[in-house]
Design a protein around this ligand. Structure first.
Ligand code: NAI
Ligand code: CS2
Length: 488
């Protein structure tokens, strides 16, 4: 069973896995990391003799995946899905796998404190940072952070784990490591620095100074659509592997992109050889991707879900949704960007092409989750731009209104919506405490951690979202999008 994947009729590691050195600890062995960063490392090992290996860690959630990986000698497969056909490769760069609760947080901390560790990378979803999306700063009253303030040596949060690992390294006279976020947040390196230094400063000011002087937090722009794995995906993977089951397998689109700020304190793999771009300033790339891709994704997710479209490619069957998404990208997101030298019209068309991939089956429900963590960078920064420039933001207003309709948790057929969000309790209280209509909009916009202080006071913003919301209630999502498109 153990080495079965090596008998699969697909590309298998041709490099000597025993020669890999575990130099990266990755926190967040979820779908995305398996299909993105690990693939780059696998290409480097296969084609360029790289010896960079991973220790894969899950801190909260994902215990079974770690067990599955261990059970198959740290091997798993990544399948690229296109309408024309699928192809798989077996990834061999994972050398160790740990789950904090079952292996013990000390084992995780010791793994991070090994002298060879040069990088700790992270994909723990936006909510894993315990930060305020509106300001990018640590939520000190977050229960996980409160726990870690009281128990620094036995942390539970990702920030607390990194701070404690760095403390061990400092105390042992070891070099620090680079902390690299690969989550979809603007200036994800700055957010990571804010939360880690914010927590360290509360725990130990000297340690905070040491971290500030010795650790770098490069920002990254990451892109590859990797839908959550379903039983159907696993069945398809089994077929591709010639009947071999791979419960740790994952499937994704063929496209991948990675732009990395070249700022590493302790060395790095030569990712550029596997197609990554190493740059001085990632911000223009991040903004472009977060606003054009993720912004249109969220727009399609809320309006698509409400219209009964289960997947992004189902939205692409509705011409009005396609026109609206393209208009959002080019007329409401592109003007807000600092990106230079990129053909944004071509970029928008390439995104729509990717969304049309019928093999992907990317659920609107999945993208709709955690909206409180996503709206600021995907929609609200652009709204601020339009308010300052007195320009039009009808698509963004409808997208925000659709989020308010969605978190109301009853769909257009009167059926419950399974809303998943770290602020669910607050959302429920706001929804239950406000009558449907104008008051509901006002209540949701009062969520300061999402909207900040000024937006909810801006009459142009409030009335644009309220009008869009009332129209959604009256006419439904499909008709609202159709009307929006008529106005272009
Ligand atoms: P996933 O649900 O498969 O994995 C989530 C990972 O986050 C798991 O490893 C889990 O252990 C960890 N996690 C969740 N909550 C945590 C917490 N509070 N503290 C510590 N760890 C926590 O999700 P997936 O697809 O891997 O996406 C993860 C993130 O990667 C996304 O939120 C996004 O920021 C980024 N990303 C995802 C893409 C995708 O298409 N799936 C593409 C680009 C970026
Ligand atoms: C999506 C992203 O789940 C979501 O919110 O918008 O995960 C998206 O698939 C990726 O960012 C694509 O790179």
């Amino acid at each position: 069973m153990k080495q079965n994947l090596l008998q699969a009729p697909v590309a298998v590691p041709t490099y000597d896995r025993s020669k890999l050195v575990t130099r990266i600890v990755h926190l967040g062995f979820g779908a995305f990391h398996r299909a993105h960063q690990a693939v780059y490392a696998d290409i480097l090992a296969t084609e360029h003799g790289s010896d960079w290996g991973y220790c894969e860690v899950n801190l909260i959630g994902g215990e079974q995946l770690i067990k599955d990986l261990k059970a198959q000698d740290m091997l798993y497969s990544v399948s690229e899905m296109a309408a024309e056909g699928w192809s798989s490769r077996v990834i061999g760069v994972a050398r160790r796998a740990l789950y904090a609760e079952s292996d013990g947080i000390n084992t995780v901390l010791e793994a991070m404190a090994q002298p060879e560790i040069a990088i700790v990378s992270i994909t723990i979803t936006e909510k894993g940072y315990c930060y305020q999306p509106a300001t990018g700063t640590l939520i000190t009253e977050h229960p996980l952070i409160q726990h870690d303030i009281a128990n620094p040596a036995a942390p539970k949060s990702a920030a607390g784990t990194i701070v404690q690992a760095l403390r061990l390294r400092r105390d042992r006279g070891l070099k620090a490591f680079t902390v690299m976020s690969c989550d979809n947040m603007p200036e994800n390196g700055h957010v990571t620095r804010n939360v880690i230094l914010g927590l360290a400063r509360i725990q130990d000011a000297d340690l905070a100074d040491w971290i500030a002087a010795n650790v770098s937090f490069p920002s990254t722009m990451v892109d590859r659509i990797v839908p959550a794995v379903t039983p159907e995906t696993l069945e398809k993977i089994t077929q591709l592997l010639g009947g071999i089951q791979d419960p740790a397998g994952v499937a994704c689109e063929p496209f991948r992109q990675w732009v990395i700020e070249d700022n590493f304190v302790n060395g790095r793999p030569e990712w550029e050889k596997a197609g990554a771009e190493l740059v001085n300033d990632v911000l223009p790339f991040e903004e472009m991707k977060l606003r054009m891709l993720n912004g249109s994704h969220s727009f399609l997710a809320y309006l698509g879900y409400l219209a009964g479209y289960q997947h992004i490619n189902d939205c692409m069957q509705d011409d009005n949704y396609v026109i609206a998404a393209r208009h959002l990208m080019l007329n409401e997101q592109a003007p807000t960007l600092r990106t230079q030298g990129v053909d944004l019209a071509a970029y928008a068309d390439s995104l729509l092409h990717r969304y049309r991939n019928t093999a992907l089956k990317h659920r609107t429900w999945q993208i709709a989750m955690d909206g409180t963590q996503k709206l600021p960078q995907r929609m609200l920064d652009s709204v601020r731009y339009h308010l300052a420039h007195n320009s039009n933001f009808d698509c963004l207003a409808l997208g925000i209104a659709a989020w308010i309709r969605y978190v109301g948790s009853v769909d257009e057929q009167g059926q419950p919506i399974d809303v998943s969000d770290p602020l669910l309790e607050q959302l429920k209280a706001l929804v239950n405490g406000s009558p449907q209509g104008t008051e509901r909009v006002k209540a949701l916009l009062s969520l300061e951690t999402v909207f900040g202080k000024e937006l909810p006071q801006n009459p142009r913003f409030v009335s644009a979202v309220t009008d869009a919301y009332l129209n959604l209630l009256k006419n439904g999502a499909r008709e609202s999008v159709a009307q929006l498109v008529k106005g272009f």
